[in-house]
Design a protein around this ligand. Structure first.
Ligand code: MN
Length: 129
């Protein structure tokens, strides 16, 4: 069975470690990037099945990184879920306008996020049940 590969782009070390541990425990393969530029580079190199994109990031923010990935034919098909600390409708709209496929707010509600991840992953991949 294909193990789904998720790239977490998040500059906060605590959030990054916690989220990656929880996803690994659920059977996902996880890669990490700590700024938007590294996120674009790693997504281009690794072709993950899905990207979890913090929006507030150093070097290149999550909106720009998302636009870069969605503009490149190699990475345009990779689903991106935006994560922001602000649960405001305007943030959601801004993330979707940048090309994100879904949106969730931090702190992460894991069951809710896992549902969104599963919905966007190709059906043959994902957690083992
Ligand atoms: Mn951040």
């Amino acid at each position: 069975m294909h193990v789904a590969r998720i790239l977490i782009v998040e500059d906060n070390e605590l959030n990054r470690d916690m989220l990656s541990r929880r996803l690994i425990r659920r059977g996902y393969q996880v890669d990490l990037a700590e700024n938007g530029q590294l996120g674009v580079d790693l997504a281009t190199e690794l072709k993950p099945d899905l990207v979890l994109m913090d929006m507030s990031l150093p070097v290149m923010d999550g909106w720009e990184a998302t636009r870069c990935l969605k503009a490149a034919p190699d990475t345009a098909g990779i689903p991106i879920i935006a994560l922001t600390a602000h649960a405001m409708a305007a943030d959601r709209d801004r993330a979707m306008e940048a090309g994100c496929d879904d949106y969730d707010s931090k702190p992460v509600d894991l069951p809710r996020l896992l549902e969104k991840i599963a919905k966007l992953l190709p059906s043959e991949s994902g957690q083992e049940s």
